[in-house]
Design a protein around this ligand. Structure first.
Ligand SMILES: [Zn+2]
Length: 69
């Protein structure tokens, strides 16, 4: 699923709490819209956060049909 304007930055690799890329194992996910996740231990967890974030955004935008990638 892709939601316009909500791309996961650097494929979910770690950023600090201000959204600056760190490349560490532990860190926060960063969305294209500026949303920053909680701190997670793995990229996979950050990617899961981003899926949920996109679903929230799609719901908020009232998108009835999501484009599935
Ligand atoms: Zn976003």
């Amino acid at each position: 699923m892709r939601v316009k304007g909500h791309g996961l930055q650097r494929e979910g690799r770690a950023h600090d709490g201000l959204g600056r890329y760190t490349g560490e194992k532990v860190g926060c996910g960063l969305c294209q819209c500026g949303a920053i996740s909680d701190e997670y231990d793995t990229t996979a967890e950050r990617q899961r956060w981003h899926v949920a974030h996109k679903q929230d955004m799609a719901r908020a935008l009232g998108l009835s049909s999501w484009s599935i990638r």
